[in-house]
Write a protein that binds this ligand. Structure first.
Ligand code: 4AD
Ligand code: MG
Length: 466
């Protein structure tokens, strides 16, 4: 019988019983029994659980390699998959060969058998994929990304790539990282003393993008429906558990979509991601439900099974005012909804996701469509329990004159957006879109409460390690 290389995930399935296999992975634990065996818990990242390897003392390298195997070392195992007599797992592997691939210094290896705090693991970000929690987060994050592509492909949205380096500030909020090759110790200046950007790499000031939306609009106004899925960058100085300086965003955009179409799309999209994860990441999700948030599975099922609340900003302000609750930030029509307000609405008042729409024009970006009342814009934010805002979107202003007025309101120079306003000159159409923050979605489905623990290498103010 010749051996086949399989994953730990495959070795743990009943179908593998009787097969001669090769497994490769890292030792999670090892213990020696008096009966002349060593038990090795092997993990290779293919699934949450380990497979138990039984190494008999008849192996030629038993004394030299097996008995000295340290936690964290890498090994290659050859053996036969057997039905396990234990109750915990369906299979185990009886080893006929154990090869030490890479040793691991037990004294200095940071990942000991005990449970480590997420803060500690953040400092060992290069090793944390080997832990239960971060392994599970990584597999769920992967499944979420796959689901995102599946959903939009099945809905006939075209995947396109927005540029990462840009000259336009999509959100108009001035929170962009500048990209330059100018020598910072010897900047060229113009006659009036300003930095001379004609000498810079692109011949003008340029930045990392905060959103691919403006480009998405140009693509939608030609291809009909599209989405981008890429990294975005924000130089905002908010050191919170929900903000990153570099995060991934999914931005669909569709021509001839109004705000209601946009809300329907957003709701179906979130429900689809959650269903896929619940179906395909069961073991990881059970772990989160047990150790991270014991209401997680119930909350997620509740999200799938119920319609999201749709509530105007004005009605939301009413509810908050009538709540009798003392908020840190004052509730007043015209001010932004703070995260404590979002959480009150989703966790206390409705106990499910809420889509807030029609926000005051003064607190939202220039591109959002002005409503008939002249005071509000066709914005929508999707809020979910424990996270707050997970999606931000809107119907876009397709009327040139109104758009130019809104730009002037917000002190933006329309000449910098000439290509964007062109869309309104040549066959303009109503259109809408939104942005989902990938990391916030991963937080929501895993129950993890700090955004730094759902991305491999978090970037936040003052932190660019690794
Ligand atoms: O609400 P935002 O700023 O909307 C836009 O950027 C629009 N241009 C999107 C569009 O309509 N195409 O960001 C969208 C989402 C937020 O709801 C949030 O989930 C996430 O992106 N997000 C962040 N995630 C992590 N860290 C940050 N600093 C984030 N800022 C926004
Ligand atoms: Mg927003």
């Amino acid at each position: 019988m010749s051996s086949v290389k399989i994953s730990v995930s495959a070795a743990r399935r009943k179908e593998s019983i009787g097969k001669l296999v090769v497994l490769e992975g890292w030792v999670r634990t090892r213990r020696d029994s008096k009966g002349g065996f060593s038990f090795i818990e092997l993990n290779d990242g293919s699934c949450f659980g380990n497979v138990q390897i039984i190494a008999p003392n008849t192996l030629g390298n038993y004394e030299t390699d097996v008995l000295t195997l340290a936690v964290g070392s890498s090994v290659r195992i050859e053996g036969v998959v057997k039905e396990s007599p234990g109750s915990g797992q369906p299979t185990e592997v009886e080893a006929s060969g154990v090869t030490l691939v890479g040793t691991c210094d037990a004294a200095s290896y940071p990942l000991q058998k005990k449970r480590h705090s997420l803060e500690f693991l953040r400092e060992k970000a290069h090793l944390r994929c080997r832990t239960n929690t971060f392994g599970a987060v990584s597999r769920v994050r992967n499944r979420v990304c796959y689901s995102i592509h599946q959903f939009f492909q099945e809905e006939c949205f075209y995947y396109f790539h927005a540029p990462l380096i840009t000259a336009s500030d999509c959100e108009g909020a001035g929170q962009m990282f500048q990209v330059t090759t100018l020598d910072q110790t010897n900047l060229p200046h113009t006659d009036n003393g300003r930095v001379d950007y004609t000498k810079d790499f692109f011949g003008r000031p340029s930045y990392l993008t905060v959103s691919g939306q403006l480009e998405a609009e140009t693509v939608a106004c030609g291809l009909g429906k599209c989405y981008t899925f890429g990294p975005t960058f924000r130089a905002e100085n908010s050191n919170t558990s929900r903000h990153l300086s570099e995060f991934w965003m999914i931005e669909p955009e569709a021509a001839f979509y109004d705000l209601t179409d946009n809300m329907n799309l957003a709701e179906a999209f979130i429900k689809r991601i959650i269903s896929d994860v619940l179906r395909d990441c069961q073991e990881d999700m059970e772990f989160f439900n047990k150790f991270v948030d014991t209401e997680l599975l119930a909350t997620l099922r509740n999200v799938i099974d119920n319609e999201f609340v749709r509530l105007s900003y004005t009605d939301a302000i009413d509810i908050l005012l009538k709540s009798g609750k003392k908020f840190e930030f004052k509730v007043e029509w015209g001010t932004d909804i703070q995260s404590e307000h979002e959480r009150y609405l989703t966790e206390v008042h409705f106990k499910k996701p809420v889509i807030l729409y029609d926000y005051p024009r003064t607190i939202k970006a220039f591109y959002m469509r002005l409503n008939e009342d002249g005071k509000t814009v066709a914005a929508m934010d999707v809020l979910v329990p424990k996270i707050g805002e997970i999606i931000g979107g809107s119907q876009r202003e397709e009327r040139l004159s109104v758009l130019e007025e809104r730009m002037q309101d917000q002190k933006l120079d329309p000449s910098n957006y000439w290509w964007y306003t062109d869309l309104r000159r040549y066959g303009t159409v109503p259109h809408s879109g939104f942005g989902l923050g990938l990391e916030r979605m991963v937080m929501f489905v895993t129950g993890i409460t700090n955004i730094r623990d759902v991305i491999p290498y978090p970037r936040s103010p003052g932190n660019c390690d690794f």
